[in-house]
Ligand binder design. Sequence first.
Ligand code: HEM
Length: 504
Amino acid sequence: MDFLSTLRAYAPWATALVCLYSLLKAVYNVYFHPLSRFPGPKLAAASLWWQAYLDLWENGSLSLKLVELHATYGEIVRIGPNELHFSRPSAFHEIYNSRNRWSKGSYLYDAFVDTKSRSMFSILDYESAKKRSELTTNIFSRKSIIAMQNLVQECVDGMCANIDDHIANKRPVHFRRAFRCCTLDSICSLCFGRTTHALGAPEFRSPIEHALGTTLPIRRLAKHIPFLMTFLRILPPSLFRYLQPYSEGYLEVVKILSTQIREIFANPQSLANSDHPTVYHELMKAKDQSILTEEAFLDEGFLFLFAGTDTSSNALSVGTLHVLGDPQVYAKLMNELLEAWPRLDDRLRYETLESLPYLRAVVKESLRVSHGVVTPLTRVVPSDGAVISGKFIPGGTVVSMSNVLVHTNEEIFPEPHAFKPERWLDPAAGSLDNWLVSFSKGPRSCIGINLAYCEMYLAFANLFRRYDMRLNGVSPSDWRWVDHFLPVYSGSAPLELWAQARLT
Ligand code: HEM
C-alpha cells in the first residue's frame, strides 16, 4: 500500500479516535474534574473552545460576557476546564498582591511570544520574570521619569504642532490617532533613544501607528491557535505582507528595532552616544548571559513598544471624549488649568500638574473608565491551593478577575458607567485608589506606571490649555469596546474633534 492509500484507510479511524477522546475528555471535565463543583456554563467547563467561540465568533466579547455570567452563576464562575473567574472585588487583591508569587497562565500569555524566547511580560514564572524586570525598573522609576520628562514634553509639543496643521487646513483631529502617535514616539524616544516620527505624519496617519492597531486581533487569534505566532515568524516578509496587508508598519518596526540592536551588539560603545539612558543600557548590565542576546533585546523592545503605546493612548482618548462630552467637567477642568497656568507660553512640569486636584481626578477617572487591560489576567494557584472569595481553590487552577468587574462595581463606584471625576475628590475617596486597578496589582503589575502618569498629565494639560475643542459628531455614549486584550473602540463615528488655538 502506498502512503496515500494508507492515509485514506486509517483517516476515518484516526478521526473517530480523536472525536471519542475529545468527548470523553469533555465528559470528564464537566462531571469529574476537581473544579466540577463550581458553577458555570457546561460548554465552558467542557472545553476551551467555548472561549475561542467568544473571542473569534462573538468578536471579543469574553469580558462583557463575564458580567452576565456572574449575574447568573454568582461570584465564582468556571470559565474553562481548569479556569475560574471571580467577581467579588476583594478577590482581586487576593489574586494580585505583592505576597503572591504565582505564575501566569500559559494559554493567554503564549499568544504574546514574538520570537523564539520570551519577554518579561510573557515569561510565566515569577522568579525568571523578576530577574528580567529588575534590570529595567530603575529607568521607569518616578525619579528617572521626572528627570526625563522633557522627552515626553517634546512629543506632546510635536502632537500640538500637528494639531496646528489640522487647524490651518481646517481639518478635524482624529484624537485616537494623535494620542497613539504621541505615546508611540514617547516610548521610542525614552526606551530606545530613537523615534519613528509618527507625530510628523500628515493627519497622524503613521503606518507604524496603524500597524500597532492591527496586531491586537492577531494576538486574539493566536490565543486559540498556538502555532500561529511561530508560523507568522517564519514567513518571508513578502508573504506576511500579502496575508496581512496592514503589516507594513509592523515590519518597519521589526526593522528599526533589529537594526538598532544589531548595531549595539556590533559596537556596544555606540550606546555612549545617547544623551539619556535607554532600556538597552540597562539590559547590557545583565550578568545572565541568556539576556545578552539580540533575540532577548528584541523581545523586550517589542514589549515596551506594545505595552507602552495603546495603553496610555486609550486612557487619553477615552478621557478626552468624556471631558469634551460633558460641558460641566470641561468647564471645571479649564477653570483649574487657566488659574494654575495663566501664561500660555509657559510649560508646566509634571510634578506641578500632578498637584492640580481636578486634573488628577480626570486622569484617574479616565484610567478607570478605560480599564487598562480588559481580558482577565490569568494566574496559576500554587500546588498547595489558596483561599479566594472564601472558597478553597485547588493548586494548579488558573484564576483571574477582569479589571472591568472592579471598575464597574456599583458599591465602590456608584453610577459606574458615568464619567464623574468628582468621585475622586470626595474626602472619603482616599480608599478609592485601592480600587483603581488599571495597572493591575502585585509583582507582575505595570512597570511603566510612572511614565504612563507623566504622559497623561502632560498630554491632557497641554491639549486642554492650548486648544479650545469640541467633538466632531461623536459622543461618550458611542464609546463601545470589544476585548482584544486591551479594549478596542468601535463606534458609529470616528474619535475626532475640532480644535481652535487659544490666544492667551
Ligand atoms: C495607561 C497606561 C498603562 C496601563 C493601563 C498599563 C497596564 C498594564 C497592566 C494591567 C499590566 C499587567 C499585565 C499582566 O498582568 O500580564 C502591565 C504590564 C506591563 N506594562 Fe503597562 N500599562 C500602561 C502603560 C505602560 C507603559 C507606558 C509601559 C512602558 C514602559 C508599560 C510597560 C509594561 C510592562 C513592561 C509590563 C509587564 C510587566 C510584567 O509582566 O512583569 N506599561 N501594564
